[in-house]
Design a protein around this ligand. Structure first.
Ligand SMILES: Cc1cc2nc3c(=O)[nH]c(=O)nc-3n(C[C@H](O)[C@H](O)[C@H](O)COP(=O)(O)OP(=O)(O)OC[C@H]3O[C@@H](n4cnc5c(N)ncnc54)[C@H](O)[C@@H]3O)c2cc1C
Length: 423
């Protein structure tokens, strides 16, 4: 039974798929971004054959101009990267996060997380996305079990109890036991499957830039809640930091349109003088911010992974970490199924993945949504209440420990890879 297919393009040759070159892989991954490539590496290392299809050529995504963001990699995500042998290539570029300081505009109330309070290593690591992507691309290039087909467009995806067939615009067909939608927020694979999402826009944009500063940052990440939204100063290797400046969508064109000096002046005003003289790299990026949750993350021989399944506000730097928790859970259920001789694309196996991921995803989406609403709000009673809240959390040891464990990803029923264990 065909579960999902896009209409054939006008003028396309209906016989072409039959004549096409057909190849087979255990898993077809649509989308070779951060989540898709990590999944490919993990599955291939467990002996599965993987075909990754992306609409963009992989080298283009490695260009420093492609993605200016830096990711706060949680401790548990680092353990996953270690288990997949990806971390050695990232380590030289990773800045340990030793402290996090949260403040509310000019208020004196603040919240301070210090890794020493847990005594279990850094709270996480800041790594520029270009280095994450490079490490993944290099690893994939060395794995015979992974084929990357890019740039390429998916024409149709047919899924049935018997198997899945992904037909590409080039005429090639990939047959697989399982299709993974790793094609990000606007996932066409999700839409083809008729899976709805619950979504709302925050009407905010995240402007990203890198600053160089005179004084060392000492591994301290700062999250400042300004009336327009959060302003994060995230430590990078060297005397550099990555900024995520949340602004209302209506203000974004004016800020992005500022000349280098005007932009630098606005940045300096918000950063202050605690880092000494600040200069801003000329290139800047901006990303629309929204929340979405897929109604379900599986269908016949299909699983949604990463941003295709959920997208959250970057206020807590957790979106990719959440996606990596999907990856670790999915790899574990697939590998366990394989060992038991089960069909890796069966409803039973995918059901285990869906059940495992549901609560974590919903809770994190709700928490990040609530935090953003609470802190992107300048109404006086709300401001007072949250300042009292910040001060209270700062004084209550167990609550602070709880938040630090959340930031490190050391929570819940974790897949083995997130504890750095072999499968
Ligand atoms: C400003 C900002 C800061 C952030 N900071 C953090 C942070 O500090 N920590 C954190 O954990 N998370 C953070 N995130 C979230 C994180 O960036 C995302 O969760 C992560 O990039 C999602 O990866 P992905 O691979 O699922 O999706 P994507 O990165 O969107 O990759 C999707 C891939 O699919 C391909 N694709 C799309 N459509 C198709 C198609 N039709 N056919 C074939 N291929 C297709 C694309 O080319 C791309 O390669 C941040 C997000 C923003 C916006």
């Amino acid at each position: 039974m065909t579960r999902s297919s896009a209409p054939t393009r006008p003028g396309a040759d209906p016989q072409r798929a039959d004549r096409a070159q057909t190849s087979r892989a255990d898993v077809a991954i649509i989308g070779g971004g951060l989540v898709g490539l990590t999944t490919a590496v993990g599955l291939a290392q467990q002996g599965l054959s993987v075909c990754v299809v992306d609409r963009q050529p992989l080298p283009a995504t490695l260009d420093p101009a492609f993605d200016g963001r830096a990711t706060a990699v949680a401790h548990a995500s680092k353990l996953l990267f270690e288990a997949l042998d990806l971390w050695p290539a990232m380590d030289a570029h990773a800045q340990p996060i030793l402290e996090i300081r949260v403040s509310d505009g000019p208020s004196l109330m603040h919240l301070h997380f210090d890794h020493d309070d847990l005594g279990d290593g850094p709270l996480g690591f800041l790594v520029e996305n270009r280095y994450l992507r490079q490490a993944m691309a290099d690893k994939v290039a060395g794995l015979d079990a992974v084929e990357v087909v890019a740039p390429e467009a998916v024409e149709t995806i047919e899924r049935s109890e018997a198997g899945a067939r992904v037909a590409l615009a080039s005429g090639r067909v990939i047959e697989a036991a399982l299709v993974l939608a790793c094609d990000g927020r606007g996932s066409a694979t999700r839409s083809r499957a008729g899976i709805d999402i619950m979504r709302w826009s925050y009407d905010q944009m995240g402007i990203v830039a890198t600053i160089h500063h005179e004084l060392p940052h000492a591994g301290i990440a700062h999250e400042r809640f300004l009336p327009d939204g959060p302003f994060a100063i995230l430590p990078l290797r060297g005397n550099r930091s990555s900024l995520v400046w949340t602004v209302p969508t209506a203000k974004e064109p004016a800020i992005m349109g500022l000349g280098p000096r005007g932009f630098e002046a606005e940045v300096r005003r918000r950063v202050g003088d605690f880092l000494g003289q600040v200069t801003v790299e000329e290139r800047r990026w901006s990303y629309p911010l929204s929340l979405h949750l897929a109604d379900r993350i599986t269908d016949t021989r299909l699983a949604l992974v990463g941003d295709a399944a959920h997208g959250i506000h970057p206020i807590a730097g957790q979106g990719f970490n959440l996606g990596l928790r999907d990856v670790a859970a999915l790899i574990e259920v697939i590998v366990d199924a394989r060992r038991l001789g089960l069909d890796i694309g069966s409803a039973e196996v995918l059901g285990r993945y869906a059940r495992w991921r549901r609560a974590d995803t919903v809770v994190l989406a709700a928490v990040t949504d609530g935090l953003n609403r609470l802190f992107s709000n300048d109404v006086t009673p709300v401001r007072l209440a949250r300042d009292i809240g910040l001060a209270a959390v700062d004084r209550i040891g167990p609550l602070k420990t709880f938040f630090m464990r959340q930031a490190r990803g050391s929570i819940g029923n974790r897949p083995r890879l997130l504890d750095g264990q072999a499968l």
